[in-house]
Design a protein around this ligand. Structure first.
Ligand SMILES: Cc1cc2nc3c(=O)[nH]c(=O)nc-3n(C[C@H](O)[C@H](O)[C@H](O)COP(=O)(O)O)c2cc1C
Ligand code: SF4
Length: 698
């Protein structure tokens, strides 16, 4: 390598800031020697030069110098990511240790890459502006062979490096960085041990950051925290040590790994005869489809041995293949026992025991505050970066998983035989659950398979993937989640990974109004008090922009809060039904005042859910929010174009807004004690309100 040109030997502890080369405690320092430049050959790229940090080096030569910048004056950021907690513990120890350093001027900041950073770009493209930009980044990273949020972080570093629009060395403005890796050398020895910490160390170097200290590799199984503490101790010492650093301004930033583009990967070597392509694709299976071109392998989104798999199955999900999931919801169980169905029965005529809830992509591009999976859920901005299962496998696997769970219910007291038998003919599929169904590259084929079996499709998307949305073919009902009325609130609620999340949402709204106008479209609002229940005007703006067929408004339900999974909600954030009603009435008035033809159509008080619809669904004075499913399939199979109004059915009296039953199916209520109690409570509330009103009038 380039170090062969060394002429002098020095006992000084030299740290090369710029190379992945890790010096031993005694190393040779090149001086006054023309240095080899090993810039990799790459395709044309716009390179904006960034000025290296000014140090007290005046000559153009590599030198051993005392930095004018005192490390103790820096602002230290400790970043960590964790799935089972050890990296968080170690990061906290690191913070405490550094805090106790007498001369350290600023208190080190501890930040979770997953919970505390809204946007990785704010720290790993831009850097915080602390006066003279004297920032030091310390990264405490575990390694996971299975897919985890660390993959997403590493991908961000890689993408930044490969993005020709941005400064090539954006992290050069940092004073320095160091990575402490945690892993398990027994199960993952050799290259795999702490491999993600090593990758992070490498990418940080490539992005222009200066390595202050060699990457730590700690086996948490054998060496545990004492070994981590040793690294911390040594690093702390380095901070207060005024030993000179070897700094070479002529040397290029860490770009020396020739394997990327020089060795053996010449075009001539990689060109493949078109005739051979089929063979190669077949041999590589679906692995190549993720478009992952570097040496990182394509992972499974939810591998069997991953913490995500464990947490999902614990919650009752059946994982299908490696990226899909299916789960029986409580309404399916309730309906099997002859009790009530969910609000979709009241609004659209869906019987819960005939409904399968599934998703072909457990990953998504948000980190919503109300998502319990937060912390372990696989994430990606917009590209599919995992192994890909064919649609047949997802379809058959989902049905098999669903039926297996139904079968397991056979011993549950109160199961009704006729419904139990019917349940083995799924009629509806809710593509929602968790994750983002339109992320799945074969979503259209998958939906096609449902329709072929006359299974209706309700697809919910998070409005972050306009390209996929535009390409989506006919579904029975197309939902878009509208989690907040404006940019600031949406960022707070969904914590999207894409920085252009608002623009993405806006394009999705435009797509609903134009390309997807033929679909039966629904806005889904989940109301969370203190997060998204204000700014009615902006919600109305969005309705005006997308012109959805219907608007479904649901009060958030409480699934328990936990700071551990990043879910900050408490009971205080759960709106009462009355508050939801008030919100809906206000929205309805706002829309009417703008001449938009929407009105409140139906309600299901039990689930705190209200449906607004375009008044075109009110035919001859009667609401028609229900769906004529056989008609839908007939139209679909006719091959003709058709729209939302072509397959409607009348809404039953008991579900219509303002009816006495408030969405309680009279046939079900007698079985449903909880529903009965709630109904009585609502009646009592209404009574007391009337009395108060009367008193006011006297
Ligand atoms: C599914 C799984 C995969 C893992 N893969 C690796 C690996 O590839 N390399 C490694 O060094 N350690 C691996 N480990 C060990 C973890 O990195 C180690 O337990 C670490 O301390 C976990 O940190 P955390 O508690 O902050 O999540 C793996 C652990 C699990 C459970
Ligand atoms: S979109 Fe769904 S899966 Fe994704 S974070 Fe939000 S709630 Fe969770």
């Amino acid at each position: 390598g380039r170090w062969s040109l060394v002429v002098a030997e020095s006992p000084i502890y030299a740290v090369d800031f710029t190379s992945s080369f890790t010096p031993s405690t005694t190393t040779q320092i090149p001086r006054s020697v023309p240095l080899l430049r090993s810039r990799a050959k790459r395709s044309p790229r716009v390179i904006k030069a960034s000025k290296p940090i000014q140090l007290s080096v005046t000559s153009n030569e590599a030198s051993l110098t005392k930095s004018t910048i005192n490390l103790l004056e820096s602002q230290i950021y400790i970043f960590y990511t964790t799935l089972t907690g050890s990296s968080h513990r170690v990061a906290k120890t690191l913070q405490e240790k550094l805090e106790n350093l007498e001369d350290l001027k600023n208190k080190p900041k501890l930040l979770s890459l997953d919970d505390d950073l809204d946007d990785l770009e704010e720290y790993f493209l831009k850097t915080p502006n602390n006066g003279n930009n004297k920032n030091i980044y310390l990264l405490v990273l575990p390694s996971y062979e299975t897919d985890s949020p660390i993959d997403y972080f590493l991908e961000h570093l890689k993408d930044t490096y490969q993005d020709f629009r941005v400064d090539k060395y954006p992290l050069r403005s940092l004073l320095g960085f160091a990575v402490l890796g945690l892993g398990d050398s027994e199960s993952w020895n050799g290259e795999k041990f702490c491999y993600q910490a090593k990758l992070a160390d490498r990418w940080m170097g490539k992005l222009g950051a200066r390595r202050l200290f060699p990457v730590g590799e700690v086996c948490m199984k054998y060496e545990g925290e004492p070994k981590a503490n040793e690294w911390i101790q040594n690093f702390a010492q380095l901070l207060s040590d005024d030993e000179p650093f070897y700094i070479d301004e002529n040397d290029d930033v860490d770009d020396s790994d020739k394997e990327d583009s020089e060795e053996g990967t010449d075009d001539a070597d990689t060109l493949v005869d078109v005739e051979d392509m089929g063979d190669i694709i077949r041999k590589s299976g679906t692995r190549g489809l993720a478009g992952n071109s570097t040496n990182e392998e394509v992972k499974q989104m939810v591998a069997k041995d991953s913490p995500t798999y464990k947490s999902l199955t614990k919650q009752g999900y059946t994982i299908v293949g490696s990226h899909s999931g299916v789960k029986i919801c409580r309404w399916t169980k309730s309906a099997l026992r002859g009790r009530g169905s969910c609000y979709k029965f009241a609004f659209y005529g869906i019987k819960s025991h005939l409904c399968m809830e599934t998703t072909p992509s457990l990953a998504c591009s948000n980190k919503c505050v109300f998502c319990w999976r937060h912390g372990t859920n696989p994430v990606a901005k917009s590209n599919w970066r995992w192994e890909l299962d064919p649609p047949e496998k997802v379809f058959e696997g989902a049905l098999a998983g669903h039926y297996q769970k139904i079968k397991q219910m056979r011993g549950v007291p109160g199961i009704q035989m006729d419904r139990f038998q019917e349940a083995f003919q799924v009629r509806h599929c809710a593509l929602s659950l968790v994750g983002e169904p339109i992320f799945y590259p074969h979503i259209n084929e998958f939906v096609g398979m449902l329709h072929e079996k006359h299974i209706s499709s309700f697809l919910v998307c998070n409005a972050q993937h306009p390209d996929n949305l535009a390409k989506l073919q006919k579904v029975t009902q197309l939902y878009v989640s509208i989690d907040a009325p404006n940019r600031q609130d949406l960022k707070k609620v969904d914590r999207p990974l894409n920085s252009d999340f608002w623009e993405r949402l806006m394009s999705c709204l435009d797509i609903l109004r134009t390309i997807q106008k033929h679909q039966r479209t629904v806005f889904r609002l989940t109301l969370v008090k203190g997060f998204n229940m204000g700014d009615i005007e902006s919600y109305a703006d969005m309705v005006a922009r997308a012109l959805p067929s219907q608007i479904e408004i649901k009060g958030a339900t409480f699934c328990g809060s936990s700071s551990a999974n990043g879910n900050p909600l408490t009971m205080q954030n759960i709106p009462f039904y009355e508050e939801c009603k008030e919100f809906v009435v206000n929205l309805s008035n706002e829309l009417k005042s703008r001449g938009l033809n929407y009105d409140i159509a139906a309600e299901h008080a039990h689930s705190c859910c209200i449906l607004m619809a375009d008044t075109k669904f009110k035919i001859n004075g009667k609401w028609h929010t229900h769906i004529d499913y056989p008609k839908f399939f007939e139209l679909l199979e006719s091959g003709k174009e058709f729209v939302d109004l072509d397959y409607v059915k009348e809404t039953p009296e008991w579900a219509v807004w303002g009816s006495d039953e408030a969405g309680f199916n009279p046939e079900d209520t007698k079985f449903d004690r909880k529903a009965e109690k709630l109904k009585n409570k609502l009646a009592r509330e209404e009574q007391s309100r009337q009395i108060i009103e009367q008193q006011k009038n006297f």
